[in-house]
Design a protein around this ligand. Structure first.
Ligand code: KIV
Ligand code: ZN
Length: 390
């Protein structure tokens, strides 16, 4: 069976930018959009054009520079929103309008003070109206994670009738368990009339730390698009992290799912987004954190020096990280010390290593991490230094 493609819909510039205090200006959005295009994402959600004149301008500017990806603008199920998005996307080579409405009982009752039937009608009407501007219309059922499946299926049918090409099933509040979210996608795949005319999309939030797991489970059960952000940034606990879903699919080829992302650009893209948004990536962040390929305990270091695969499932070069790091701390062993000493120019015999190691441990107990300069000092203050320099 040939591999099925999972479309990567990047929403760093829209949902990602909803992080408090992380507003990007138009120039920054252009730089990031160009990088995302190089990275090989299929869709770039550039913003929410009606939300502010600045966002309108950014969506316009991104539409002009993106060469390969579809450029998408978000709207509510409101005519004026849709008209504004269509206007902002005019210069896009491949424009998409992303429109939708809340579908959970809580949204229907409290947000819209409406009824289930009325929401179905509004969903249909919004998609139909968006379709008069662009061919490619994605519909989102906000809070689909907490929407009863049977009703959600009826809303999806209305959106398909209106002409939706993609049905986005957001777990807006990050509530679902992976098994529930996977079952929801499976249910829709099996129970929505006309589902062959559209693809299902996963859009998961990370409130319980399950966004990536839920998205993968959705893809396994038939979704063909995943919505995500670089570094998993986004409102509250964030969105599904792009680098995580892409690498999961790459590292598990038996799932028969693949993406078009150029994975060797992941690290530099992560750094770029982090810099422009002014948010540091946590050191232990999967794939792109500074410790993702760092080894500090003696047992692990010894294994990795003998063969990288003993403690690493990903080749760091495949995500654009030059090499694994052997970090020297008081928990490190002789193999790591010899390895790092060799890197800075010392080939130590076993006897020399034993002596330098004693000195190293005293040093490392005082200092959290040993840098290259410290290695010189450790060796030069050991008794064997005279011998080495002779
Ligand atoms: O989380 C969500 O429901 C969203 C929609 C607006 C797509 O971001
Ligand atoms: Zn969202």
């Amino acid at each position: 069976m040939s591999k099925q493609q999972i479309q990567i819909f990047d929403t760093t510039l829209r949902d990602g930018e909803q992080v408090p205090g992380c507003k990007l200006n138009t120039d920054q959005k252009i730089i990031i959009a160009q990088q995302l295009d190089l990275l090989g994402v299929d869709v770039i959600e550039a913003g929410f054009p009606i939300s502010s004149p600045g966002d309108f301008k950014s969506v316009q500017a991104v539409s002009e520079v993106v060469q390969n990806a579809t450029v998408c603008g978000l709207t509510r199920a409101v005519r004026k929103d849709i008209e504004t998005a269509a206007e902002a996307l005019k210069k896009a080579k491949k424009p998409r309008i992303h429109t939708g409405i809340g579908t959970s009982d809580s949204h229907i009752k409290h947000k819209f003070k409406s009824t289930r039937q009325e929401i179905i009608e509004r969903a249909f009407e919004a998609v139909r109206y968006a379709k008069t501007f662009v061919e490619d219309v994605e519909f989102y059922a906000e809070d689909a994670g907490r929407t009863e499946n049977e009703y959600l299926a009826r809303v999806c049918e209305a959106a398909i009738k209106g002409g939706a090409t993609v049905l986005n099933i957001p777990d807006t509040t990050g509530y679902c368990l992976p098994s529930e979210y996977g079952a929801k996608i499976k249910y829709l795949k099996e129970n929505v009339k006309g589902i062959e005319k559209a693809i299902l999309s996963c859009h998961c939030h990370n409130d319980l730390g399950l966004a990536t797991a839920n998205s993968i489970e959705g893809a396994i059960h038939g979704a063909r698009q995943i919505e995500c952000t670089i570094n998993g940034i986004g409102e509250r606990a964030g969105n599904t992290a792009l680098e995580e879903v892409v690498m999961i699919l790459k590292q598990h080829p038996y799932l028969d799912l693949h993406t078009n992302v150029q994975t060797q650009l992941l690290y530099e893209t992560s750094q770029m987004v982090s810099k422009h948004m002014g948010i540091y990536t946590q050191p232990n962040k999967a794939i792109v954190g500074s410790n993702a390929f760092a080894h500090s305990s003696g047992i692990h270091q010894d294994g990795v020096i003998k063969n990288r695969e003993t403690y690493e499932i990903i080749d760091p070069k495949s995500v654009g990280v030059t090499e694994s790091a052997i970090v020297l701390t008081a928990r490190s062993g002789r193999a790591a010390l010899a390895y790092r000493a060799r890197k800075v120019g010392y080939e130590l015999t076993k006897l020399q290593l034993d002596e330098v190691y004693e000195n190293f441990l005293n040093f490392a107990d005082r200092k959290k991490e040993i840098a290259d300069d410290d290695i010189h000092e450790i060796i030069e203050t050991s008794n064997i230094f005279q011998e080495l320099s002779a």
